[in-house]
Design a protein around this ligand. Structure first.
Ligand code: 5GP
Ligand code: MG
Length: 200
């Protein structure tokens, strides 16, 4: 188990990026391009449907905020919060819903908006939960996809970019609540001698 205490993080948080063990994978410009491409595709399918965008907290809050402004059509927003990670870099495999939707999803065109799909366990749980509630349609929009890490099957309807099997932070994504503010997506590289492992 990787704990924040087990790491010596030498990155300069004020500077934000590319110091110490943070390595930029996608710049803010790259990310803006992915978000705009996703917004175009989503607009084609949902522009006249008054959909319900369901953001998955906490990681997707930055992406959701950028996406809703990029799509440029009327929609509603709700939030759910799932937890499986705790303060580590690997999934516990146990999902809990810490916050349920407050807008009824029955009969709605629901688009789940998530930051990154790794094992797929969280998303599978959420999709099963929503499918039971009788949505008019149910699709998934994720910014980042770690395809090679998948453990359970989930259909992703809109994907911004594929990322390699690395633990990433920034653009809303955290490690033990740190790094969410970074505008770029960075790989958080663990030190060999910290006892940390990249194997999650
Ligand atoms: P999954 O259930 O697909 O394994 O992971 C679900 C959630 O874990 C994601 O929505 C995201 O919030 C978090 N997660 C997965 N991979 C990463 C990662 O590389 N970095 C961070 N910060 N969070 C991740
Ligand atoms: Mg997430």
């Amino acid at each position: 188990m990787v704990t924040p205490d087990g790491l010596t993080l030498t990155c300069k948080q004020e500077e934000g990026v590319a110091e110490g063990k943070l390595r930029v994978l996608f710049t803010r410009e790259d990310i803006r391009e992915y978000v705009n491409e996703l917004a175009l595709a989503v607009r084609r399918d949902y522009g006249d449907k008054n959909p319900l965008f369901l953001g998955v907290l906490k990681g997707s809050f930055v992406f959701l905020a950028d996406l809703v402004r990029a799509v440029g059509f009327p929609l509603e927003v709700d939030l759910v919060r799932l937890a499986s990670y705790g303060a580590s870099t690997y999934s516990s495999g146990q999902v809990r819903m810490l916050l349920e939707p407050t807008i009824p999803v029955k009969g709605r065109h629901v688009l789940v908006v998530d930051d990154i799909v790794d094992t797929g366990i969280c998303l599978r749980y959420l999709l099963d939960y929503l499918a039971d509630k009788g949505t008019a349609s149910l699709k998934v929009c994720v910014l980042f996809n770690k395809k090679e890490r998948r453990q359970v099957q989930v259909r992703l309807d809109y994907v911004g970019a594929e990322v390699p099997d690395l633990f990433v932070v920034g653009y809303g994504l955290d490690f033990a609540e740190r790094y969410r503010h970074l505008p770029d997506l960075c790989a958080l590289e663990m030190q060999e001698d910290s006892g940390a492992s990249q194997t999650r």
